[in-house]
Design a protein around this ligand. Structure first.
Ligand SMILES: Nc1ncnc2c1ncn2[C@@H]1O[C@H](COP(=O)(O)OP(=O)(O)OP(=O)(O)O)[C@@H](O)[C@H]1O
Ligand SMILES: [Mg+2]
Length: 354
């Protein structure tokens, strides 16, 4: 049987079929799901974990040698990959998290917060380095962030319980440049995922050091769906315009790229160059866009692991990105699948397909 990524829109199910075919088993047109036992998790999120210490009501900027007051403080689960995982779980996906925390109270807060959002924490690793923290100082519309990476920077391939590659259908990797251990071991992770027939999505996020030390020509062919935003794509490829950036990565795509363009929506680009431009769902009343990219990833990947066509995954991603902007922070609008359904129907006139 011949199966080609070029001729068929791969979903995680067709991808699984592909792996079975190249292994030589006879699978005429049977649903691959019937041939393999269902896995424990739809998605394993591999990424950074930290707490956010959010300070509000600060009268003026910090100054060396002086002490100042903030009138409000919130200590909460931070991290872009955690927003992804929590929201994917709210959307009905079975999600586990692979990440490193310290043996400290921040680590406990991270663990219990993930569990409260329906994310399985059995694959969290506890190390001797303290849990990371970001101090977010808000001054009106502006904010200054200071991050101590801590344990997130330590975790590498050897820390991961490899049974996760057997237990999850899909791996979502995020915030690579915040995690030097993962960045170093990226090929070991991707190669094992491929060997186990696990599909992969990757959102590198911005590189705070702006070194962009990721060889996309060797990494992207092993990634099923690459999910950058426009600025990140240009920085990664060292190009000055978006068309050149797209042209640089397109031949190296494993299957597809979801290019996120903020309030303008997204572009789905396949390896063969096919493009689907999809405007954003218009929200005239944006509360904030914190975490819109992660919520978009959560919608796209949740649709993908359900076996929906890539265009529907894109639409779901745009929708959940827009839903994100209807409440404060990255998870505020994702209290339950019913709540998300209601916002989609009432604010955006669209029935989400999850
Ligand atoms: N203001 C908005 N109104 C409606 N939809 C939006 C808005 N902002 C973002 N979205 C939707 O969310 C998707 C992802 O957002 P965005 O492009 O900002 O991702 P990102 O840059 O990765 O974000 P992040 O900074 O959270 O990592 C967009 O493609 C769009 O569909
Ligand atoms: Mg992003």
């Amino acid at each position: 049987m011949i199966f080609s990524f070029k001729n068929e829109m791969p979903t995680s199910r067709t991808r699984l079929k592909y792996y079975i075919c190249i292994c030589g088993d006879s699978v005429p047109s049977a649903n691959a799901k019937q041939l393999k036992p269902m896995k424990l998790y739809d998605i394993a999120a591999i990424g950074e974990l930290n707490v956010d210490i959010i300070l509000n009501g600060i009268e003026s900027e910090p100054e060396i040698g002086k002490e100042k007051f903030a009138r409000e403080m919130t200590v909460t689960l931070g991290s872009s990959t955690a927003i992804f995982a929590a929201n994917a779980a709210s959307l009905g996906s079975r999600v586990c998290f692979v990440g490193m925390i310290g043996r400290d109270s921040f680590g406990s807060l991270v663990r219990t917060s993930l569990e409260a959002r329906g994310v399985d924490t059995r694959y969290l690793v506890e190390g001797s380095t303290p849990t990371g923290a970001t101090i977010c100082m808000n001054y009106g519309e502006d904010r200054a962030n200071l991050t101590y990476q801590g344990s997130m920077d330590v975790m590498g391939f050897d820390d991961i319980d490899l049974t996760v590659f057997d237990n999850a259908s899909h791996i979502h990797l995020s915030s690579l440049f915040m995690q030097s251990g993962l960045l170093r071991d990226i090929h070991r992770i991707l190669d094992l995922a491929a060997a186990k027939g696990v599909t992969v999505s990757l959102d590198t996020q911005w590189d705070p050091l702006e070194k962009w030390a990721l060889d996309y020509k060797s990494v992207l062919p092993k990634v099923t769906v690459f999910m950058p935003n426009e600025k990140e794509l240009q920085a990664l490829t060292g190009t000055s315009d978006l068309e050149s950036a797209i042209a640089a990565v397109q031949p190296w795509l494993g299957c597809a790229m979801l290019l996120k363009c903020g309030s303008r929506g997204s572009i789905l680009i396949l390896k063969d160059g096919t493009r689907t431009v999809l405007p954003a769902f218009l929200n005239k009343d944006v509360v904030d866009a914190i975490g819109a990219g992660d919520s978009c990833n959560a919608g796209f990947v949740s649709a993908f692991v359900k076996g929906l066509p890539l265009e529907e995954c894109q639409r779901t991603g745009n929708l959940t990105g827009a839903v994100n902007t209807t409440a404060a922070g990255g998870t505020g609008a994702f209290t339950s699948l019913d709540a998300v359904r209601k916002v989609c129907r009432e604010r955006f006139g669209y029935e989400i397909k999850l």
